[in-house]
Write a protein that binds this ligand. Sequence first.
Ligand code: NAD
Length: 504
Amino acid sequence: MAATLAGSRIKSSEKKTLGLTLTNKDFAYPDTKLYVDGVWRESYEGAAIDVIDPASGRAIGKVALASINDLDAALESTERGFAVWSDTSAFERSGLMRRAADILRSRVDATAHMLTREQGKPLPEAKGEILAAADVIDWFAEEARRTYGQHIPSRSSGVTQMTIKMPVGPVAAFTPWNFPINQAVRKLAGALAAGCSIILKAPEETPASPAELVRAFVDAGLPSGVINLVFGEPAQISTHLVTHPTIQKISFTGSTAVGKELAALAGRHMKLATMELGGHAPVIVCADADIASAVKVLVASKYLNAGQVCVSPTRFLVQDDVYDGFVDAFVDASRSRHIGNGMELGTQMGPLANDRRIAMLETLIEDAVGHGGHVRTGGHRIGNEGFFFEPTVLGDVQTGARIMNEEPFGPICVINRFSTLNEAIEEANRLPYGLASFGFTQSSRNAHEIAMRVRSGMTTINHNGLALPEVPFGGIMESGHGTEGGSVAIEAYLYTKLITSAAH
Ligand code: NAD
């Protein structure tokens, strides 16, 4: 049985999702404006583009596009915002952030509706993303009150030496369309907790939900200028902001190719940079693993957000003895996923966020088959309305195939086999990416080997424990640098200042 379109199995009388009806009457999709210097407004030149619903391929609203004049207004505003916010006590900043988190939670239904309409993910996933974002704000609100310095014993009596943590200055952040709220909140909350102002360039494809995130801070009482929100032509905006003397730090989430360009630009202008880039997560399943549990965890992780996740499990390596059983179980579970409009009850996977991804997946699959790969299930677009794609499993793909080297960013994985753990670790470490890695084993020795020897910023063993606010989130090598979670994340927005004073 092929993966099913969820909507086709559900009677219209049942088309209710966690308290939301499917009519757009209650939750109309809004046009999205810029938020510059405390005002929601169109761009000065009036430019705007359509926002497309990936479930239908049709336009559902518009987003305003900033011109250079709008960016200059945002830059002046962020300077003023920084002066006010960096002078606001950590205690007050923390309280305001907590209020924003509560406001975001209180609007979860309406915001989830917008997020699903513009991005495609199932409504429960959209709700989960918003509630997780509120937890991220709470986490950083607490961290704001713990940016401790040090007292350093001096060489002379009468000399006091200490360090304090200071906000680095106005930040420019660039976030993508796969988690429109969660990618933005890590940057917003980190910057605000540290006392920085921030200009956020959120994704043009999915603008309304990040605008709602910003609105939660505005309605919590954030002073004007502390957050400015812009959309526009990505390269024009990043070039203007990264090179501008007002901006002291940039933070980017997106592809490795774009990340390299922005990091190079930041380097030329001596700007601090955090880069959360692509991955190609290896998954090592040892013969001693609990296979049923591994399949359950991996199916849920693989098809989350239709696979458009930087930590999505991609290159499965399964030990010979359990290979056939694992593949059969994973293929069965993949086929029974319900694919459909994210607004419909029972949908487990929505469409891809844009049609570029479909063309890319089709190219990767054709190339993999040319490299000896077998399509074990899926491999095709579903229908011709919207951007739906089948959960796809490829087996026995040679390492020269593109999909073994490029992040597929879709509901597709490769399952290859290995005989010794050394072999699997060698393959896991073959690529220059180092974001997430997965291991499944009941042996503590194997778990230790995987954890210590697979090169990645994050290794999760026997479960998917990634992306909680309190744990680090970030990669190494071509997956970028810096971390956006845990107690170290706020450091990205702080510098250490020495104060040494001699008594008269
Ligand atoms: P892309 O490389 O064109 O864009 C990725 C993101 O970067 C988008 O949000 C885009 O608006 C932004 N961007 C592009 N050029 C920019 C520039 N010069 N300055 C500032 N921002 C810029 O690719 P895409 O088709 O949107 O996405 C495909 C690839 O991007 C995926 O294969 C994946 O590797 C990567 N991606 C990664 C993440 C992540 O979470 N790390 C998220 C989305 C996309």
